[in-house]
Structure formats: structure tokens, C-alpha cells
Design a protein around this ligand. Structure first.
Ligand code: SAH
Length: 387
């Protein structure tokens, strides 16, 4: 009997085992139940796994010595402890690091570690790939929404940074990664379920242990979700304000047409437990000739009256084809001086990692461009081979 081998067909790719890294306690418990463990047992194993994975940073089930050997083998068969693929990693001369993480084919999110921000250093994470908002100065705003990131994918951005900084186990003292800001790609309040679950995992004292007061969620102004964010996460709130009147804000932060400044300010006032130790951060991007007059600095002070607030003036970070320029340094300083006199301390955020990151959303955009170019090259090479 003769058999013929069909060499033209590649073997089907093997599905990668599902990773447990970054899963919340309820998600870990559900996985344990799927292995046949009963309620209490499943809860106990979930808590043990959480400690190994998110406190010790375990990459191998073999180290989990308080879990029975048979169960460990079963876990190793069914699951991995891997992280999402790192599509790009850049380190700036000033210590800023940027990752482009591939969660699936064409699904890439950015995260940036910025030293000397917060207690020691902050990681800026993405909550979505692409964005539905079209803020005119934001590079991510030029990219369509691809999808929401899962809670696990959000947490994995933190794990990847901890790996790079070599900060396992979750030491209390001397950490370089102390703060998390949801200021990467996407609008976190349009993905609140996953953001809230990720915050539960990141703030868990027996796991990654970054406290809720060191986690900041930034929104362009999804007013009805703002009090809910506070109730569900107890995180710190940041608002991307960028304009002090509805006409201008309608233009540069178009979600303002849906929830105007009055509605936004009411929602902020309803954020739970605001006070001197829990201030709202207002971000204000400095756009030359657009929102940077001294009259607007005074308007800003008036607008924020009565709200426990911090102000972050962000020098505009230009991107190729962006319709704006950054205000001059003198203008930014004069603007800041008015805020200083009104009692807002050091409001200018110094630009970091300019040599690697440019504006938010750019790494992904470069990667999409590259893969389009790669595709063209491949098509050409294919054409030549066939000729
Ligand atoms: N959607 C959320 C979080 C993502 S944007 C939000 O709007 O808050 C995070 C911050 O970066 C926002 O304050 C945003 O306005 C700012 N930002 C976006 N593009 C920028 C650029 N090119 N230069 C400076 N800041 C920018």
C-alpha cells in the first residue's frame, strides 16, 4: 500500500495553553472549578495561585510547593504562567521604558514606565486597543477601536514591567514601580468592568500590592460613570479637561458634546470621599494658540473652585500630521504661574522619554505601518518568485 504525504499543508497551530498570569481571584477560582475542584477547595487554590503568581512572580508551577504534586502537574498540563508577547520594548536615556504588547494578531497595546513619577515610578497602562473618542490632539484618537482589553491583559502589562524591573516578590520597600495610571490607549470608563477587575488584582495586598490610592484612572469625561468608578474601585480620579469652556472643549474633546462641562463638574463633585488627601487631578494639554491664554488660566482656577484638585499641565507631544504645536515654554510657565498663585503647586509635567515614545498611540501605529510594509514586501517577493 502506498501513502502519499501532502507537504503543502502546514500543521494546524497548537493552541497555546491558557495563561493564569494576571487573572483575578474569581477568575482563578473558576479555572480551578473547571479542573473539578469544589467550592472551598477551588477558593483556597485560587488564593495560593494568586500569591505565587502575583506576589512571587512565579513562572513555573514546580515552585508552588504548598500545592499537591498531582494538582500541580495537572495545572502545568492545562495552563501556562506566560505573559503576552512583547512586540517592541524601548528604553529611553532618561529611564523611561515603553512596551508594545501583542495580545493577539493585530491586537497591540502600549504601556510606558516613567521613573520619578508618583512615589518612585509609574506605569501608564492601556485599557483598550484604539479608542472610540476622537480627541483632536491625541494620536490614539486617529485609530479606530479594535477592542477592550480584558482584566487579565491589563494586569499583564504590570507583570511585564515587574519582570523587566526584576521586582519580584512584591517587596514593600525600595520598589521602582509604585504607581499605576490608566492614561495609555483607550477610555477606561468605556471598559469599566475589566478596569475594576484589574484594579482588584493590582491592589490585592497578597499579590501585586499596589494600593488603590496609588492607582489613578483618567477619563476624557464619561460623566455618568465617574461616581460609579469611585464606588467600584476607590481609585484616584484624573480628568482630561484641556479646555475651560464648552465651545472649545466640544471641538478638542468631542465627548463634551454628550456630557458638557456643567455635567462633568457635577459628576466629579459626586466622586466618593474627595478631600485634601484625595484630590482630583485635572490634565490640561498645552496647545499653542488654542487653549493657552492667560485668561484661560484664570478661567481654569474659577472652574475648579471648591473641588479638591491638582493640575497637570502637559506639554503637547506632537505626532506626524498632528494639527497642533506645543505652547512655548514661556507661555506654559506664565500659565503655571497663575495656577501657582491660586495655590496649585508645580503643575507642569515635564516631558519624559521623548526620544522613544513621542505621543501615546504612536508605537502601535508604527507597528501597524511596519506590518503593512512587510505585507507589501511579502507580496512583491511572492510575485517575483512566481515570475
Ligand atoms: N481616555 C483617557 C485616558 C487616555 S489619554 C483620557 O482621555 O483621559 C491620557 C492623557 O494623555 C489624557 O490627558 C490625554 O488628553 C493626554 N494626551 C493624549 N495625547 C496627547 C498628546 N499628543 N500630547 C500630550 N498629551 C496627550
Amino acid at each position: 500500500m502506498s501513502t502519499s504525504l501532502d507537504l503543502s499543508r502546514r500543521p494546524a497551530p497548537q493552541p497555546r495553553p491558557k495563561s493564569l498570569s494576571g487573572l483575578s481571584i474569581p477568575a482563578l477560582k473558576a479555572e480551578m472549578e473547571s479542573l473539578g475542584l469544589e467550592g472551598k477547595q477551588a477558593s483556597m487554590r485560587a488564593r495560593q495561585l494568586r500569591r505565587w503568581i502575583h506576589h512571587f512572580g512565579a513562572r513555573d508551577f514546580a515552585v508552588m510547593t504548598d500545592i499537591a504534586k498531582d494538582l500541580r502537574s495537572l495545572m502545568a498540563e492545562k495552563y501556562s504562567l506566560g505573559r503576552a508577547e512583547i512586540a517592541d520594548h524601548q528604553v529611553s536615556g532618561d529611564g523611561t521604558q515603553k512596551w508594545l504588547t501583542r495580545f493577539g494578531p493585530g491586537i497591540e497595546g502600549e504601556s510606558v514606565y516613567i521613573p520619578d513619577v508618583g512615589k518612585a515610578g509609574a506605569l501608564c497602562v492601556s485599557s483598550q486597543v484604539g479608542c472610540t473618542l476622537n480627541c483632536t490632539f491625541c494620536h490614539t484618537g486617529t485609530q479606530a477601536l479594535v477592542r477592550n482589553l480584558t482584566a487579565q491583559e491589563i494586569v499583564q502589562q504590570v507583570l511585564i514591567t515587574r519582570d523587566a524591573l526584576d521586582e519580584w516578590p512584591s517587596a514593600e520597600e525600595g520598589r521602582l514601580l509604585t504607581n499605576i495610571v490608566f492614561m495609555g490607549m483607550g477610555e477606561p470608563l468605556y471598559n469599566l468592568d475589566n478596569v475594576a477587575e484589574a484594579i482588584d488584582t493590582i491592589s490585592d495586598g497578597d499579590g501585586i500590592a499596589i494600593g488603590r490610592r496609588r492607582i489613578t484612572v483618567s477619563t476624557a469625561g464619561v460623566a455618568p460613570k465617574i461616581p460609579e468608578l469611585g464606588q467600584r474601585t476607590n481609585a484616584m480620579l484624573a480628568i482630561s479637561l484641556h479646555a475651560t469652556n464648552d465651545d472649545l472643549r466640544n471641538e478638542i474633546v468631542p465627548i463634551n458634546r454628550k456630557y458638557n462641562l456643567a455635567e462633568l463638574m457635577d459628576a466629579i463633585a459626586a466622586y466618593p470621599s474627595l478631600g485634601n488627601s484625595r484630590k482630583v487631578t485635572f490634565e490640561y494639554v498645552m496647545l499653542k494658540g488654542v487653549n493657552d491664554t492667560l485668561a484661560e488660566a484664570h478661567d481654569l482656577v474659577r472652574l475648579l473652585k471648591g473641588i479638591p484638585a491638582k493640575i497637570n499641565l502637559i506639554p503637547f507631544n506632537p505626532w506626524p500630521g498632528s494639527p497642533y504645536e506645543c505652547s512655548s515654554w514661556e507661555t506654559i510657565e506664565a500659565f503655571a504661574e497663575i495656577l501657582n498663585r491660586a495655590g496649585y503647586a508645580s503643575p507642569i509635567r515635564t516631558p519624559r522619554g521623548r526620544d522613544i515614545l513621542a505621543a501615546c498611540g504612536q508605537l502601535r501605529s508604527e507597528s501597524v505601518k511596519k506590518s503593512a510594509a512587510e505585507k507589501r514586501r511579502e507580496a512583491m517577493a511572492g510575485g517575483q518568485a512566481g515570475a
